[in-house]
Design a protein around this ligand. Structure first.
Ligand SMILES: O=C(O)[C@H](O)COP(=O)(O)O
Length: 236
């Protein structure tokens, strides 16, 4: 289940005569959780990883070790155990000489699926129709009943990125973020400049891995995507 790098369009690097090197941002979606495996809306529920989820995270640590990226100075994750235990498994198998400092923040939590949290996805699709459910899951503005739209999720996660993470990248640090499907879709939307139609098609499976290089102005100068069996990440 090792992730293989996918060819991506080259992003024109900014003027390299300016001596400063870009910072490295590694985004990882947690490994498979028990509710992912059961096809249940999870949101703010806090299920543990399945054995496959542990394997995905451990494999990610080895993949990261094999790549030519500078050691992480800092890692960020959410308080939800599927993300924080994925981070622990990644760090164990990465085995950096000096482990990164870790910050746990609710700003990196999965979007709140509101009254859908805990419900079977197929059953909700039968009740409300596939198109409505696709809008709730992948659309930008659709607000799941009592929950957060992607737009609301982007607002909190991007504010956190700008305040906490970007300054480290601007100082040429290497930062690991282990978070959730929609939180990361929100970050990718901003980093990749995706519009509302484009983000509708973006799905990050469990264990998805993306690496960005970000220059001193906060501009993305390189992006690397990885896939398992042609999918970004293992499963939805
Ligand atoms: O909260 C969930 O159910 C998952 O983490 C992401 O689910 P989604 O693929 O339905 O957005």
């Amino acid at each position: 289940m090792a992730a293989r790098e996918v060819a991506t369009p080259v992003i024109t690097p900014s003027d390299t005569s300016q001596a400063s090197k870009p910072g490295t941002l590694v985004l990882v979606r947690h490994g498979q959780s028990e509710t992912n495996a059961a096809n249940i809306f999870t949101g703010l529920l806090d299920p543990p990883l399945t054995s496959r989820g542990v394997e995905e995270s451990t494999q990610l640590g080895s993949t990261l070790r094999s790549l030519d990226i500078p050691p992480f100075s800092h890692a960020y994750t959410s308080p939800l155990q599927r993300a924080s235990s994925s981070l622990s498994h990644i760090l164990s198998s990465l085995a950096q000489d000096s482990p990164p400092a870790v910050t746990v923040s609710p700003a990196l939590n999965e979007r709140d699926y509101g009254r859908l949290n805990g419900r079977d996805k197929a059953e909700v699709a039968r009740e409300f129709g596939k198109e409505q459910v696709n809008q709730w899951r992948r659309g930008y503005r659709a607000v799941p009943p009592g929950g957060e739209s992607l737009e609301m999720t982007v607002e909190r996660v991007w504010a956190y990125y700008e305040e906490e993470i970007l300054p480290r990248l601007q100082r040429e640090e290497s930062v690991l973020v282990v978070s959730h499907g929609n939180t990361l879709r929100g970050l990718c939307m901003k980093l990749d400049g995706l519009n509302e139609d484009e983000v509708l098609k973006l799905t990050l499976g469990t264990g998805a891995l993306r690496i960005y290089r970000v220059d001193a102005e906060g501009k993305v100068v390189e992006r690397r995507l990885f896939a398992v069996d042609g999918l970004e990440g293992g499963a939805q």
